[in-house]
Design a protein around this ligand. Structure first.
Ligand code: IVH
Length: 672
């Protein structure tokens, strides 16, 4: 891009940001979400980092907040009210400490001690006390000059108006956060976008009687100007603040070293939703006030403190396209291809739209601006559509009536239990006639819980499919290895490994084989029941549409849904041929050996990461030795096997129930 063009783009973004600052800080009514705002701000900072010639007076890297509102009189802060720089991960924290080490010229491995405090997402205020009396109160404003909102601040119960403690300094500015609890926000939320804006708007009401109506809270965390104060640690200050009559956070802590800071951050991130006000991160302040003084400030933030933010759960993006994916069981899943966005450190470019009903309910269209959520391990999904941003002429998304892969007419199944039609549309193909279903079936066939072919991932299946090397499961056993060896990324060694892994996979129990076939509604448990009923591979190959499937009804656990699915599966000639063909390659390990192994009648469960083997492998070792895996801790559990970083909850519960807790090593000994 041309220099001029970059500058133009940059200035447009600055203008946009300043417009939003105005709505946000002065009118307490933002037009955009926090995510959008942060993105805009970040874009600008990134541009500045990349192109050193960019710098505007109103750049977010040089201003704090925004000019105070004109409707209050202003006053200068005796000490500037600063902002904090953000850290999102370990690298950022390492960088933060590196700068401290360099600045103070101390050893890189020095363990630093921090006061750790929740970063309440409210608005900060500075309270001036003289001889124990609250004289005035200021908002942060632009950091240098704030609004005089004394009367409004005085309506807050948590703020002491007179302090009689002997050691309370006779001239001091106390700083802290004004916020509103979520339960109180619920009552007034129609007027404000979020609790922080509600606090800001309420605090800056012209009439303090209006402020009084809303229960604002105040938590103190620092001081600005102070004539003579003899405090050497931030943690001591927090204790003193409490003694003087201020509310302080009960979550304040002292922690040393980055590893423990990160551990604490993780723990807090999970419990923050239990707190009745918004906390958007943890603030780490170097505990030693002498060191704080030595370190001082960069433009608008201290060198001695940092805000370790929690990962944002959602972000704004645009739907570029809606694609329909076909799954192994024929389910058609709409997936939004979105403009890539960073959500809590992960770049997201796909979001599931679940099904047709969901698209209709939210009226999701191609081209829409949407809020995407990504929480934990859940697949990213669309929370809402910003209708204001919808372009004229946009069209409703029409869900396809035919399978995008094989063009069969799609169906909605009737569920006899719920007496409703499923929300999911399906391609009705049962065998391998639909290309997409066939690929997914093969992926299932080789997967960890099925044949478990090492080094044969989903991507390899797709590649081999494209090269016409495979069409059906049995093709895996007649691969053209000469051809594979010549492919990009393959060679003698990888081909020999693949051969070995495939050979190894040809010996398995009958239930594993049945599970591998990928019959709908037949998971691992049902496959076991069916294999016991059928008995051996010969019997399996003899099953056809003539079979008396109702005989399964006597098997506890197999119901009508499973029977219908089996009937459908075995009425398809391709499926029958696949089973017959597989007989040429697969040797069934007879199941009677299964019932007399070392772990007969014993139950096991794992927690934590295992050394040198996957969970799937460990599970299969236990099952080969006639043991059982349980998925919850109960009195039925005999042994809990602990790997690296086990879940404490599970371990504690096992202790309570007197369950035998063993290490991976001890478990191996049991086997020998
Ligand atoms: S210390 C020089 N401590 O976060 C240090 N700030 O981005 C500046 N905040 O304006 C502030 N909890 O509104 C500090 N325990 C805490 C805080 C906290 C929330 C807010 C405050 C500040 C902003 C900085």
């Amino acid at each position: 891009m041309e220099k001029l063009e970059i500058k133009k783009k940059y200035l447009i973004k600055i203008k946009e940001l300043n417009k939003h600052n105005l709505h946000y800080y002065q009118e307490s009514k933002p037009l955009i979400s926090d995510g959008e705002y942060d993105k805009l701000k970040n874009d600008i900072i990134e541009l500045e980092k990349k192109y050193s010639y960019l710098r505007a007076n109103l750049s977010p890297s040089s201003i704090v907040g925004f000019r105070p509102s004109k409707s209050f009189s202003k006053a200068k802060h005796r000490e500037r009210m600063l902002s904090l720089s953000n850290a999102f991960n370990k690298d950022d924290l390492d960088n933060f400490e590196k700068k401290i080490f360099n600045y103070l010229n101390i050893k890189k491995k020095t363990i630093l001690e921090y006061s750790v405090e929740p970063k309440i997402d409210g608005i900060s205020a500075s309270l001036t006390y003289k001889n124990g009396n609250l004289i005035s109160g200021l908002s942060r404003g632009d950091g240098t000059e704030g609004e005089l909102i004394t009367e409004n601040l005085k309506t807050i119960n948590d703020i002491p108006k007179i302090i009689k403690s002997e050691n309370f300094p006779n001239d001091i500015d106390i700083r802290g956060e004004v916020f509103i609890e979520n339960k109180d926000f619920e009552k007034i939320k129609t007027n404000f976008a979020n609790p922080r804006n509600a606090a800001s708007g309420t605090l800056r009401q012209k009439n303090s009687d209006e402020t009084k109506k809303i229960p604002l809270r105040f938590i103190a965390y620092s001081f600005g100007y102070c004539k003579n104060i003899k405090i050497s640690k931030q943690s001591e200050l927090l204790i003193s603040l409490k003694k003087w009559g201020f509310k302080t956070s009960k979550f304040n802590k002292v922690i040393s070293g980055i590893p423990d800071l990160i551990k604490n951050h993780k723990e807090f991130e999970n419990k923050r939703f239990e707190i009745d006000y918004d906390v958007d991160g943890l603030v780490y302040k170097l505990n030693d006030i002498e060191l704080q003084k030595r370190l001082g400030f960069v433009t608008n933030a201290p060198r001695w403190a940092v805000a370790h933010k929690f990962s944002a759960k959602s972000s704004i993006s645009k739907i570029l396209n809606i694609e329909i994916q076909v799954g192994r069981t024929g389910a058609l899943t709409p997936v939004a291809k979105i403009k890539p966005v960073n959500i809590g450190g992960v770049v997201v470019s796909n979001a599931t739209l679940h099904n047709e009903d969901e698209i209709n309910r939210k009226d999701i269209r191609i081209g829409d601006t949407v809020e995407i959520e990504r929480a934990g391990d859940v697949i990213p999904h669309v929370i809402s559509v910003d209708l204001k941003k919808r372009k004229k002429g946009s069209r409703k998304f029409i869900f396809p009536k035919i399978c995008p892969s094989c063009k069969s007419k799609v169906i909605k199944e009737y569920n006899f239990q719920t007496k409703k039609y499923d929300a999911v549309k399906r391609c009705p193909t049962e065998g391998y006639e639909c290309e997409k279903i066939a690929i997914e079936k093969i992926k299932h066939f080789i997967s960890k819980d099925a044949l478990n072919i090492d080094g044969f991932g989903k991507k390899v299946v797709e590649k081999f499919w494209d090269l016409k090397l495979i069409r059906l499961p049995q093709d895996l056993f007649k691969l053209d290895y000469n051809k594979i060896e010549k492919l990009e990324g393959w060679g003698k060694l990888s081909v020999s490994n693949l051969k070995h892994a495939i050979n190894k996979s040809t010996k398995l129990t009958l239930d594993k084989l049945i599970f591998s076939l990928g019959i709908r509604h037949i998971g691992e448990k049902n496959a076991k029941l069916i294999s016991q009923h059928i008995g051996n591979f010969d019997n399996l190959t003899n099953i056809s549409s003539e079979y008396d499937f109702n005989s399964f009804l006597n098997t506890d656990g197999i119901g009508e849904t499973q029977i219908k699915s089996l009937e459908k599966f075995f009425s398809n000639t391709t499926n029958l041929n696949v089973i017959k063909e597989l007989k040429n390659y697969i040797g069934i390990i007879e199941s009677d050996t299964k019932f007399s192994g070392k772990f007969k009648d014993k139950t096991f469960m794992f927690t934590g990461k295992l050394n040198g083997m996957s969970r799937a492998e460990a599970k299969s070792i236990i099952e080969k030795n006639s043991g059982k895996i349980l998925s919850t801790i109960s009195n039925k559990l005999d042994h809990l096997i602990i790997g690296e970083k086990p879940t404490n909850k599970k371990v504690n519960l096992a202790k309570e129930l007197n369950i035998n807790i063993i290490s991976q090593k001890e478990w191996k000994k049991m086997l020998d």
